[in-house]
Design a protein around this ligand. Sequence first.
Ligand code: NAD
Length: 259
Amino acid sequence: MKNKCAIVTGSTSGIGLGIARALARQGADIVLNGFGDASEIQSLCESMSVEHGVRVVYSAANMAHPDETEAMITDAIARFGGVDILVNNAGIQHVAPVDEFPVEKWDSILAINLSSAFHTTRMALPSMKARGWGRIVNIASAHGLVASPFKSAYVAAKHAIVGLTKSVALETARLPITCNAICPGYVLTPLVERQIDDQAKVHGIPREAVIEKVILERQPSKEFVKIDDVAELAVFLCGDAAAGITGATLSIDGGWVAQ
Ligand code: NAD
């Protein structure tokens, strides 16, 4: 992947960071994006760059804001000459009954988990077409295929990103560009850590019990999916052996959606 430019949204933490590291290991230049402590992000960029001999730049663009999202893509094209790999990963969660769901949380989840992928895709695709190669990987979720209660906005956004994936795949099917969705089950990241803490408070039970009885209840393996395994699946989809895979939803969920 030498000299390929990979943008990974929401890559200062969790799955996105794992994917950015795995793509850098393959030689891709990286645009890191997301929130966090400025000096920690700077040392993250430097260490990734030194370790893998690639260029790593950071964009603080807020994926809830289309103008900032557009600027991130325009800047990447200016720096690297184009975008070759786009991983739409930024995401947030909020858990509440639909009739109590805060309207601003609904709007944020739809903007960050869904609309940002529309904006990055529409901005990056002309550059992929011009370079004659491209890979778009959307990080959906098991919740892109099946629902859970109290996650209406997340489930709606994740189902919709699966639809977006299929539509973009059909539009690019005759080109050497693919668009696929990865649908992970539960992966132990800060996003899930927050849910464990919240559920422990709600149910008044210890953390270990929340993991076993609440979080992993739907995941037949009874184990968290590993960040590195999701990252390696993304790397595979970005490789030449995956040229024939497009419009697919790839589950990596310990058997969740087989039920
Ligand atoms: P995380 O909280 O560890 O990381 C989320 C990343 O997104 C962080 O870098 C954060 O700074 C960034 N981010 C949040 N809001 C942003 C915004 N407005 N603009 C730019 N960046 C923003 O979460 P994670 O678990 O690694 O989740 C990553 C993706 O994987 C999400 O789309 C999530 O829905 C999906 N996913 C996670 C799991 C899981 O169990 N962890 C399962 C299925 C799908």
